[in-house]
Design a protein around this ligand. Structure first.
Ligand code: FES
Length: 105
């Protein structure tokens, strides 16, 4: 059974913003796009760069190191040099809280 943990309040992340969190020792990047919230592993699959400082453009985060882009909804790698997707995590909204499924669940 999936386990979710609170990582932030909805008001903590502005529309188009993001927050770096750690869940069970995993670095996770949480994005808000409109009323929707997404969570991806904060590690580029090309060479391990954190995506924390990457620009968010049209629903994709761009790796600040070599420019790979990942769809934050699906994790899919959208351009080279990355070919593997980043891991995505289920997110749920519980009242005012943003909860992310723990990586191990
Ligand atoms: S480390 Fe991210 S594109 Fe190379």
């Amino acid at each position: 059974m999936a386990t979710f943990v609170k990582v932030a309040k909805r008001t903590d992340i502005a529309d188009g913003g993001r927050m770096s969190v750690e869940v069970d020792g995993w670095a996770i990047l949480v994005f808000r796009i409109g009323d929707d919230v997404y969570a991806v592993e904060d590690v580029c699959t090309h060479d391990g760069q954190p995506l924390t400082e990457g620009a968010l453009v049209a629903g994709a985060v761009e790796c600040p190191r070599h420019g790979a882009r990942f769809d934050v909804r699906t994790g899919k790698a959208l351009c080279m040099p990355a070919v593997e997707p980043v891991r995505v995590y289920n997110v749920r909204i519980a009242g005012d809280d943003i909860e992310v499924e723990t990586p191990g669940s």
